[in-house]
Design a protein. Structure first.
Length: 146
């Protein structure tokens, strides 16, 4: 009987050791699952935060797009309003070019007149007297001034 009790005690001790080992493994698995659960919760929090940030960014982007469309419309309106001004500028540039051409022609005539008057002034006095006696030459000299 003692041998049977010893065998039974040994068997119970072995089963107890086996149960303790299984419990240690179960405890380790539970700890690992809790750790994974915490990490998943942290990831979920991060994702929720990212989702909230993305939604805010999306709203800001929509606002910026609307603002850009409004600015584009204002630019089109401003360009449309500037069309008559541009036409007027082109017309004024043409008038300026014409005025510059007239001025250049007058400057050339003035230079030619000056050269002619210098030539007359350099001519001998007798030729000048003969030349000045004609009514046309006198009128030309009177118009030229001193």
């Amino acid at each position: 009987m003692i041998a049977v009790k010893q065998d039974e005690t040994t068997r119970l001790n072995q089963e107890g050791a086996k149960l303790v080992a299984e419990m240690a493994h179960a405890k380790q698995d539970l700890y690992e699952q809790l750790t994974r659960g915490r990490k998943l919760e942290e990831k979920i929090d991060t994702l929720q935060s990212s989702h909230t940030h993305a939604a805010d960014t999306e709203r800001q982007l929509a606002g910026k797009i609307a603002e850009a469309e409004l600015l584009a419309e204002q630019l089109r309106d401003a360009n449309d309003q500037m069309a008559p001004v541009r036409a007027q500028v082109r017309e004024l540039e043409l008038l300026l070019a014409q005025a510059n051409a007239k001025l250049q022609a007058q400057v050339q005539i003035g230079e030619q007149m000056r050269a002619y008057l210098d030539k007359i002034a350099a001519a001998p006095t007798i030729e000048r007297a003969n030349h000045c006696a004609s009514p046309v030459a006198t009128a030309e000299l009177d118009d030229a001034g001193p």
